[in-house]
Design a protein. Structure first.
Length: 157
């Protein structure tokens, strides 16, 4: 079974930009954002993917994930079928010891939100926390991209 184990954090400052080795623009939409499963279409620079994710466990760290690369033209066509609320962001990749943090800087209706994720091989795996890492929000569903597409950051106040 394909399991994704990750933890999610807010980011305190933009020091991650100086530590980043890669950045890419991402646009993603949801064909289905049901709480039991999501079906996502993503274009990351010149590559495109379809991803299916299952419901998270109680801690919010682990869930089923299946992903397949598709043609960019196919993804662009599938965006026409997506639910309202496309996500736009720049993803910065930052290596910290033997892990990679993915730091997402959101735009449009989620402008101002910056979230970091780290994928782990087990829920209790140890990892080094960089100084720019803030409060953990792993179990808070409002920080899921599928939630941000329906209830954007600009509406939280």
């Amino acid at each position: 079974m394909n399991l994704e184990i990750e933890r999610k954090f807010l980011v305190k400052n933009d020091d991650y930009k100086n530590e980043s080795h890669t950045k890419k623009y991402i646009k993603q939409g949801y064909l289905n954002s049901d709480k039991s499963r999501t079906v996502r279409i993503r274009i990351a620079d010149e590559k495109a993917f379809i991803t299916i994710k299952g419901i998270s466990n109680n801690s919010g760290t682990t869930r089923f994930e299946w992903e397949k690369e598709i043609e960019k033209k196919e993804a662009e066509s599938l965006f026409l079928l997506c639910e309202p609320g496309v996500i736009e962001k720049t993803r910065f990749l930052v290596n910290v010891d033997h892990h990679t943090f993915e730091v997402d800087e959101f735009y449009a209706d989620n402008n101002g939100l910056v979230v970091a994720e780290i994928e782990l091989s087990s829920e209790n795996e140890n990892y080094k926390q960089p100084t720019w890492l803030g409060k953990e929000v792993t179990s808070q569903k409002k920080y899921y991209n599928s939630s941000l597409s329906k209830h954007p950051f600009k509406d939280w106040l």
